[in-house]
Design a protein around this ligand. Structure first.
Ligand SMILES: Nc1ncnc2c1ncn2[C@@H]1O[C@H](COP(=O)(O)OP(=O)(O)OP(=O)(O)O)[C@@H](O)[C@H]1O
Ligand SMILES: [Mg+2]
Length: 194
């Protein structure tokens, strides 16, 4: 979990870990790969296969169905075999079995966020990065989303890096990193992946 006051640099840090922004100095090692050596194409492919993203707003494409939204990163990745079944299984896990064919703008905010979580997981990323995933949700949807993220973390053995202003919502977590004025003042960023 990454915490810190507004403007402290949390999103900046997450966007660098997520290879959306390049660091002007230092190196970002993911799974032993020095990402500063990758060119733009390699970066895009690395991002698509190793990382999943969840943002504050679910950013679903409104002219695609729930199922199509989830399948999109997989289409970009190119490994479509069995993808639809996997997407349906994941959507069932998050309680959306009856919503497959609804369009992106016809589901509630909480449901849309669960679709976004599913979309982040479809390529089985080693790391899921979430920037205030419950920030736009009412308290009940937020609680459901938190429980979902925690159970997926245990079940799928994936690393979740979550920025939140609502630390207590998450209860017990493995590690907390506090950012202040662009620096980590508590916790270690370095982590090993199983
Ligand atoms: N593209 C940018 N160019 C220059 N400065 C930026 C840029 N994006 C953010 N900043 C600045 O960097 C600092 C950290 O911003 P960042 O968005 O990482 O904060 P944050 O911790 O995520 O805040 P919040 O909790 O409000 O989302 C802020 O002072 C911000 O104004
Ligand atoms: Mg931010």
């Amino acid at each position: 979990m990454i915490v810190g006051s507004s403007g402290s640099g949390k999103t900046t840090l997450l966007n660098m870990i997520g290879l959306l922004d390049r660091a002007t100095s230092g190196t970002i090692l993911i799974d032993g790969v020095d990402t500063s050596t990758l060119n733009d194409n390699q970066l895009a492919s690395f991002r698509n296969s190793k990382l999943g993203f969840i943002f504050q707003f679910s950013n679903l494409l409104t002219d695609l169905t729930v199922l199509e939204n989830v399948l999109l990163p997989r289409k970009i990745h190119g490994a479509l075999e069995g993808a639809e079944e996997e997407a349906k299984t994941l959507l069932k896990t998050v309680g959306l079995e009856s919503q497959f064919n609804k369009f992106g703008n016809k589901v509630s905010g909480g449901q849309a966020q669960r679709v976004a979580i599913t979309r982040a997981l479809i390529n089985k990323p080693a790391i899921v990065l979430a920037d205030e995933p419950t920030g736009s949700l009412d308290s009940i949807s937020a609680e459901t989303t938190v429980q979902l993220l925690k159970s997926l973390n245990r079940k799928l053995n994936q690393t979740f890096v979550i920025i939140t202003h609502e630390r207590p919502q998450f209860g017990e977590v493995d590690k907390v990193i506090t950012v202040k004025d662009g620096r980590i003042i508590e916790g270690e960023l370095e982590t090993s992946m199983a």
